[in-house]
Design a protein around this ligand. Structure first.
Ligand code: NAD
Length: 428
């Protein structure tokens, strides 16, 4: 099949490359000329395990261009995977989506299916349809479909190739079937739905996962006060099939470009319809509070913060990605800087991105450098390498051996036995 993917970010690039791997000819379009130039030279704009190899493997079936007209005219199916970032009020900003719809409309040369892969508010399919209709002047028949993406950064290729389900929303059955055909080789359940329900499935799924995280964090905060250990509690809960063990990891809270944005966007959608979604507000509040709890724990362990040095382990919003959008570490470091702390921070791949958004931090090249002369080491991303640190060496180089474990990667008893002043989240 000839496919165009508009937007070569975390979602567009991965889905484009994976669809090429499934045997399709894929034109990947982006407005960012530098990104496209680099992609042509096999230089990837993001860190994603396995992606570089897959780009190389499918070189013959992949085209990278800034020319949207070329992508539109040469393709039967056009996926839109541009960003839908939050506005100040929490609503999804549809500027990029609308601008792409306008360009697609202008360049239509035959009947096509336009599939929205970006996470968009319910009703966006209708907006895209009316824009394309306006700019194509009704000359061609076309379908708009919704195919929300559920991949996770850090395991994006695996997630694309092994999805729990694929959701396709469309008005016409034939259009849904055509889109579904692309995903048939994945041997997964394909759910066909109306467009609005497909758009809602994405928001409801992400919000549910965010809720699980905020729920276990709320339990963790209670555990601390009543002398229970949230790790034991979560594993006891998780064995119940009705609950499930995933997303029950207590810690410094969720970040990234999806959960915070999608929960806020769903709240806006509800409020726009005069419904106050109490649970969604609570999910957001608990998550915001978790970041403050980490800063308080650092303060409690160190006494005063002014002029003292803290080492940060992990900046990316989760392991195996360089994405720092809405990352807990950025907020925590900003709060510490405001209180006069000196910070040394380390992340295996996200440092370059962090340098662009947070100045005043000394970014270093190893966890041991972050620990050197620090009075507290703070774990904010659960990178595997942090679980395998030489703790004796860490203790030796620190000014005072103290750890605030914002991701509960260590065992309190072991850390205390190793001579650290240690605090995790919810380990009463
Ligand atoms: P991103 O910011 O990494 O990438 C968006 C890309 O779109 C950028 O490269 C940008 O240059 C490009 N773009 C913007 N306007 C354009 C235009 N007019 N023409 C061509 N390209 C244009 O975003 P992302 O993380 O890939 O997310 C994309 C969408 O997918 C969002 O709606 C997001 O919520 C959703 N989503 C993201 C994830 C994730 O893990 N990142 C997972 C599922 C869904």
């Amino acid at each position: 099949m000839s496919i165009c993917v508009v937007g070569t970010g975390y979602v567009g690039l991965v889905t484009g490359v994976c669809m090429a791997d499934l045997g399709n000819d894929v034109i990947c379009v982006d407005v960012n000329a530098k990104k496209i130039q680099n992609l042509k030279k096999n230089i990837l704009p993001i860190y994603e395990p396995g992606l570089e190899e897959l780009v190389k493997k499918n070189k013959k079936r992949l085209t990278f261009t800034t020319n949207l007209k070329e992508g539109v005219t040469k393709s039967e199916i056009i996926f839109i995977a541009v960003g839908t970032p939050p506005t100040e009020t929490g609503e999804a900003d549809l500027t990029y989506l609308k601008s792409v719809a306008k360009e697609i409309g202008k360049h239509m040369n035959s009947s096509k299916i336009i599939v929205d892969k970006s996470t968009v508010p319910v009703g966006s399919g209708d907006i895209v349809e009316s824009i394309i209709d306006e700019y194509s002047k009704g000359k061609y028949k076309f379908d708009v479909a919704s195919c929300p993406e559920f991949l996770r950064e850090g395991s994006a290729i695996h997630d694309f190739m092994n999805p729990d389900r694929v959701v396709v929303g469309a008005k016409r059955k034939e259009a849904a079937e055509k889109v579904a055909e692309i995903f048939k080789p994945l041997n997964t359940k394909i759910i066909t739905a109306d467009i609005r329900s497909a758009e809602m499935i994405k928001h409801a799924s992400n919000t549910f996962l965010a809720m699980k995280i905020s729920f276990i964090n709320e339990i963790a905060n209670i555990c601390e006060r009543v002398g229970a250990d949230v790790e034991v509690v979560a594993s006891g809960m998780g064995l119940d099939k009705r609950i499930g063990k995933m997303f029950l990891n207590a810690g410094a809270g969720y970040g990234g470009s999806c959960f915070p944005k999608d929960v806020a966007a769903l709240r806006c959608m509800a409020r726009n319809e005069d419904y106050e979604p109490l649970l969604l507000s609570a999910v957001m509040e608990v998550n915001k509070q978790q970041r403050k709890i980490v800063v308080n724990k650092i303060k409690n362990i160190m006494g005063t913060l002014e002029g003292r040095q803290v080492g940060i382990l992990g900046i990316a919003f989760k392991p195996d990605t360089d994405d720092i959008r809405e990352a807990v570490a950025i907020d925590v470091m900003a709060a510490l800087l405001e209180k006069g702390c000196r910070i040394k921070a380390y992340d295996p791949v996200a440092v370059e991105n962090a340098k662009k958004v947070l100045k005043g931090v000394k970014y270093v090249e190893s966890p041991y450098e972050a620990a050197k002369d620090s009075e507290c080491l703070v774990v904010l991303t659960e990178w595997k390498e942090f679980k395998e640190l030489d703790l004796e060496k860490i203790k030796k180089v620190m000014k005072k051996p103290a750890i605030v474990d914002g991701r509960n990667i260590y065992e309190p008893k072991e850390m205390q036995a190793a001579g650290f002043k240690y605090t995790g989240i919810g380990r009463g």
